[in-house]
Structures are given as C-alpha cells and as structure tokens.
Design a protein around this ligand. Structure first.
Ligand code: GLN
Length: 245
C-alpha cells in the first residue's frame, strides 16, 4: 500500500511548523509498513490532483493568502474543488482552511474571493482569537478530544451542508460565538489548530490516515495501534492544563 501526499503552497502557507503534520503522517504510515510519497506544489506549478490521496494546506497571514489568489484563479482552485468532490482527503489549517471557503473579508475591509471548495466564509474581526484551545471532534470525525493552538482574526461561519469538525471545549474555535470548530465536508478536515496538531493528537492523525486508506483501498483494515505513550502524555498534559487552567 502507498499513500501520495501533496503539500500545497509549502513556501507560502507555513506558519508555526504546520509542516510537522506531514512528518507525523509519514511516520505513522511507515510504522505500519505503508509507503509514503510526498510532493510539493506551489505557485506556478501545475497540480495533477489524480496523483494524490491526501492534500495538506498550512496556515498563513492575510498578505500571504492574498498572494495566492491569482494562482488559484488560474485553474488550481477548480482542480482543488474537483479533488474535494472526489472525496480525496484534505487537511487544511487556519489560513488554508479559510482558502477552501467562499471568501475572507479581512477586518480592514479587503475581500479575498477564495475557491468555494467548501461552503464556509470568514469575516475578520479586529480582536484576534489567540491561545491554547481544545475541542471534541464529532462522532463522524472520531469523537476524540483535540488540544491545539489557535491564532486568527477571521471568524468562520459554516454553510448548511458543512459540519463542524468538532465542538469547542475551551477557547474560540471557528468564531467564538457558536462553539463550532473547524469543518468537515466529505473528506475535508479543516481546523484552526496550528503546529503540532497531529503530533499531539495521534487519534485524529490515525482517523485521517484511515479515511485516506479506506478511500483508496476498498475496505482498508483498521490501523494497528502504535506506542503513543509520549504523544498521549503531551496531549493529556495540555488537556489537564486547559480543563483546570
Ligand atoms: N490570516 C488569517 C486570520 O488571521 C489566518 C491566520 C493564520 O493562518 N494563522 O484569520
């Protein structure tokens, strides 16, 4: 078995070590004897969506998101929409999450029209939502507690056909108003959680990897458990801190 991962815009959307999610996916797959091929695709490079099973998009600031608009409009945005509808797996973080949506209106009134691969939109607020936070994914996304770090000005609102990835237990999540966090549409997993999302949330990592395997290989077996002592210690420490802090 082999999974092909495409890292979209690695040189532009690369805040807070979001790339660590790719390292985690690779390590967890290889530990199960599954081959991994990672390729990067950035501005000006053609994207052959059929080649890949998982797409990863990291976070970026408003300026960096704006820089991508022309490249997305040249056809890549349409290709990404096709891949989403074909139920390819996407993991999108913060600015990458917003980019999959309809539009992002920055707090100072600049509207960035994005690709509309998922029916969400984002409105910037002057006060940023920053800090460690925690949410429980919905049963459809594994039903586990995710600990993370968020830093965004954008408040994201989900359309009717898009489910949240989870519900906020501590922190802001999508908008600080409706308790939703992230988005789940087909096999898109989108979240505001930066940096060590998958390293310290191994259950979510395996849920996403299993989704990709099951999509590619009909009836993929459940993944064999790994020794996640250290990962779980990091997770549980943050969970405790957030519960009682
Ligand atoms: N520019 C977006 C916002 O502030 C995304 C930021 C990010 O990716 N951290 O909402």
């Amino acid at each position: 078995m082999q999974l092909n991962i495409c890292h979209l815009y690695p040189d532009i959307l690369n805040l807070y070590g979001d790339r660590g999610n790719i390292i985690t996916m690779k390590r967890r797959l290889e530990a199960r004897g599954i081959k991994v091929n990672i390729e990067e695709c950035s501005i000006g490079q053609p994207l052959d969506v059929d080649k890949y099973d998982i797409f990863f998009i990291g976070g970026g600031q408003d300026f960096e998101q704006e820089v991508l608009l022309r490249d997305l409009a040249s056809g890549k945005g349409r290709d990404i929409c096709t891949a989403v509808e074909d139920e390819k797996v996407f993991l999108a973080i913060c600015g990458g999450y917003q980019m999959l949506g309809q539009y992002y209106k920055t707090w100072d009134g600049n509207q960035l029209d994005f690709i509309g691969a998922i029916n969400i939109h984002t409105i910037g607020a002057k006060e940023r939502m920053i800090g460690n936070y925690m949410y429980r994914t919905t049963p459809e996304s594994g039903g586990t507690i995710v600990v993370g770090f968020e830093n965004h000005s954008g408040k994201t609102y989900l359309g009717e056909d898009v489910a949240p990835l989870g519900m906020v237990l501590k922190g802001y999540g999508n908008n600080g108003e409706d308790q939703t966090e992230g988005a789940r549409y087909k096999n898109v997993f989108a979240t505001y959680s930066h940096g060590s999302l998958l390293p310290k949330n191994p259950a979510l990592a395996d849920f996403i990897l299993h989704t990709a395997l099951a999509h590619k290989y009909d009836g993929a077996e459940p993944l064999t458990p790994l020794d996640d002592t250290l990962e779980n210690r990091a997770h549980d420490y943050m969970e405790e801190r957030l519960r009682h802090g």
